[in-house]
Design a protein around this ligand. Structure first.
Ligand code: BDR
Ligand code: CA
Length: 315
């Protein structure tokens, strides 16, 4: 199994990433750390708890609350895309415990306890990861590998023309992380990869409805708002880069194309804030990350469907 920590701004596709992190037999999820991003911070925590509950795993994985705002800039939400992040879901459950230890300290401690063994999948703004790197000089060396959902390698943004949401919200944190010297960074970009390979069309969603489990229904509920938004901007379905990022860690065979790039994130310009410049070798810059350029989309969809077929008892 693969030991890892999931750093998340839990809404919609983050919920699905949590489901995969809990239920995939390869996954050894050590902690969830929360970061400011998609929707209000406390709502994100509740979305994470509802996801654990829907998967029948509430109380089995510690949830640590991390940074409540980006490093330098004010927080920007994606509530126009995600609504409350869980399609209006309101669940009653017995336990809503979060840890006292801050998310940044949990990232530092857990990786220090098993140096070189724990990976991190970061599916929100990179504030917690940057803070951990700044706070403890050993953190970077202790992390086995870091999978980052963020940026685009065709210049196309989803919150501005050039800015992908996670890098746009905290470009300074992204800058710190790409300069920090992590030994193994994999980037799962929003475009073109997500648009090519990680969209669930209405037809595929009908297939998920036919699965009929509570988890499949949970998936459809949390994806509802983004389906509407994505379709309104011409994307033929709901986008799932976050669960794909977990898939890339747990099932590297999903990746069909990847190459090394030097990734740098724009912090100085309002027009191109969060833009990820991915230099492919002719500019004399050494690669600092592997960027996923293609995945086996059919296997990715089948993997999610299989997980959603798990019979769970919401706790
Ligand atoms: C990313 O931004 C968020 O809205 C999604 O959860 C995903 O992590 C895509 O740009
Ligand atoms: Ca996310």
């Amino acid at each position: 199994t693969v030991p890892f920590i999931l750093d998340t701004d839990t809404a919609q596709d983050d919920c699905v990433a949590i489901v995969a992190s809990l239920l995939d037999p390869e996954a050894d999820l050590r902690a969830i750390t929360m970061v400011a991003g998609n929707v209000g911070f406390d709502r994100q925590v509740r979305n994470a708890q509802m996801t654990l509950s829907a998967a029948g795993r509430l109380g089995t994985v510690p949830i640590h609350l991390g940074c409540r705002r980006p490093l330098v800039l004010p927080w920007v939400s994606a509530e126009n895309v995600h609504g409350d992040g869980s399609g209006g879901l309101d669940m009653d459950f017995a336990e809503t415990v979060t840890e006292d230890e801050h998310g940044v300290d949990a990232l530092i401690r857990l990786t220090a306890e098993s140096p070189g063994e724990i990976s991190i999948v970061a599916i929100g703004p990179l504030t917690n990861i940057a803070m951990a790197a700044v706070k403890d000089p050993d953190f970077v060396g202790n992390v086995k590998s870091l999978v980052i959902m963020g940026g685009s390698n065709n210049g196309r943004g989803n919150i501005t023309a050039a800015g992908e949401f996670n890098f746009y919200v905290d470009p300074h944190a992204a800058h710190v992380v790409f300069e920090a010297g992590f030994r193994d960074i994999t980037v799962v970009p929003w475009a073109p990869l997500t648009l090519n390979d990680a969209v669930f069309s209405r037809e595929q969603l009908a297939g998920i409805e036919a699965i009929g489990t509570p988890l499949a229904r949970f998936f459809l509920t949390v994806c509802g708002p983004t389906l509407e938004f994505d379709e309104s901007v011409g994307i033929p379905g709901t986008t799932h880069p976050d669960s794909l990022s977990v898939g890339v860690l747990l099932h590297p065979e999903l990746v069909t194309e990847a190459r090394g790039y030097h990734v740098a994130v724009e912090t100085g310009s309002e027009l191109t804030r969060g833009y990820s410049a991915m230099s492919w070798g002719v500019h004399g810059l050494e690669p600092n990350a592997r960027v996923v350029e293609g995945v086996d989309a059919a296997s990715f969809h089948a993997w999610i469907s299989e997980l959603l077929a798990t019979e769970t008892t919401p706790s």
